[in-house]
Structure formats: structure tokens, C-alpha cells
Write a protein that binds this ligand. Structure first.
Ligand SMILES: *Cc1c(COP(=O)(O)O)cnc(C)c1O
Length: 229
């Protein structure tokens, strides 16, 4: 199958998953995750209607970003962000999904202020407490969001998670549900400058389960661009 056909197939599955649980398909945005794939693949995806592109590595993103300036897509940073790369991330990305410390948020705040930008971010939550994964613990999430809410040039728009891997997507579902409940609890705090509207969760293997649990951003790479070897 061609990239355009694969993209269309994912769009159909997103629509079906949203309708199956009574949600508006337009409320789920597809982020096409392009890490390791060349700029030409991103061009093909954009020509086939992709509006949002996800990248994991600043260095790789920088080369593609320069080459694809003017493509008119939204860029999402979904990788681990080192504080010394915050400036470059702010320069390139419309949404940074992976803020998991006040220190990192403060660097983003500083960089954004310098560039005269207000940077939208998501707070990454380590829902299962996995030692190998980034993300703030669920119990510490509200405090982190509250701390970030006092920064001038960063805006929290929601939460993101990368749950444990299971062969059966149904087994991941409780972790997606946990992220949704956590966002709901934080929304009730009505923190100034915080909106908890976005839930970034679900990848190639489990995005339908994530949509059933309220995902507004699904990050799909393999099913669109192919395997990464
Ligand atoms: C690579 C990656 C994805 C996409 O994963 P696929 O299984 O290829 O769809 C989504 N989210 C994050 C954080 C990733 O690193």
C-alpha cells in the first residue's frame, strides 16, 4: 500500500473508533510520527492531507524543518527533551508533548520569552511508574501543572502518556483511562492559564483504545510511514 492509502486507512479507523463511542471524529487529531523518515515522506503525507507531524529528535527535526519550511503543517515534539535543546524546540514546535519537570518548563519559558512566543505544552505522565520511562508520577502531576501555570511564556494544554507495551490494546486501556481521570481532576482545580483539553495518547498498536478513553491527539508512526527497522 502507498503512504497516501495507509494514511487514509488510519483516518477511517480514527473516524470509526470515535463514532463507536459517540465522539465527534473531528475532536481527534492525527499526529503522523515521522522519526527516521525522510522529508519526502513528510511531503507525501502532507500532500495526502496530514496536518500534524511528530518528531522525536531535535537534531533530526532541525534538518527536516528547514527543508520543509512553508509546508504548512503543525510540528509536534514527542521525544525526550534535554534542557539545552529547549530553545531549538521552542523555535520549531507548535506543541511540545513531553514536559515532565519544572526545570524543563522553566527553560522552555525562558526560551519562549526570548523569542516572543507563548509555548503550548503537554505534561507527560508516567502512568505505570515505569523506571525506564520519562514522565511525572500521577500523584505529582497537579503540583507540576500548578507550578508551570505561574510561568509567563508556557501554556499547559493537557497531558500525554506513553503507557506500558502490551500485545492486546485492551490491556493498555486502564492506563489511558487513568490519564483521562487525572486530567479531569486537574481541570476541576481551575488553575489560571491552564486548559486540560488535550490528551495525547495512543500509537499504531493501541490508538483505537485510546480514542475510546478520550484521546484528542493520537501519535501514529509505523502504520503510516512503515517499520523503522
Ligand atoms: C515513535 C513514537 C510514536 C509512534 O509509534 P508507532 O508505534 O510507530 O505508531 C508515538 N509516540 C511516541 C512518544 C513515539 O516515540
Amino acid at each position: 500500500m502507498e503512504l497516501a492509502a495507509r494514511l487514509e486507512r488510519i483516518r477511517e479507523r480514527i473516524r470509526d473508533a470515535a463514532l463507536a463511542c459517540g465522539r465527534d471524529p473531528a475532536a481527534v487529531r492525527l499526529v503522523a510520527v515521522a522519526k527516521t523518515f525522510p522529508p519526502d515522506d513528510i511531503r507525501r503525507a502532507a500532500a495526502a492531507g496530514a496536518t500534524d507531524i511528530g518528531e522525536n529528535y531535535i537534531q533530526e527535526a532541525r534538518a527536516k524543518f528547514e527543508e520543509l519550511s512553508g509546508l504548512g503543517v503543525h510540528w509536534h515534539f514527542i521525544g525526550r527533551l534535554q534542557t539545552n535543546k529547549a530553545r531549538q524546540a521552542v523555535r520549531m514546535f507548535d506543541l511540545i508533548h513531553t514536559v515532565d519537570s519544572a526545570h524543563l518548563a522553566a527553560e522552555i519559558d525562558r526560551a519562549a520569552a526570548k523569542l516572543g512566543k507563548v509555548q503550548p505544552v503537554l505534561v507527560q505522565v508516567n502512568v505505570a511508574g515505569e523506571a525506564t520511562k520519562s514522565g511525572v508520577a500521577p500523584a505529582d502531576t497537579a503540583a507540576l501543572v500548578s507550578e508551570i501555570s505561574r510561568m509567563q511564556a508556557v501554556r499547559v494544554q493537557g497531558l500525554m502518556t506513553l503507557p506500558p507495551y502490551f500485545d492486546q490494546p485492551e490491556r493498555v486501556r486502564p492506563f489511558f483511562a487513568e490519564l483521562r481521570r487525572l486530567a479531569g481532576r486537574i481541570r476541576e482545580l481551575a488553575l489560571p492559564n491552564v486548559c486540560m483539553d488535550s490528551l495525547s495518547m495512543g500509537m499504531t498498536g493501541d490508538f483505537e483504545a485510546a480514542i475510546a478513553e478520550g484521546a484528542t491527539l493520537v501519535r501514529v508512526g509505523t502504520a503510516i510511514f512503515g517499520g523503522r527497522g
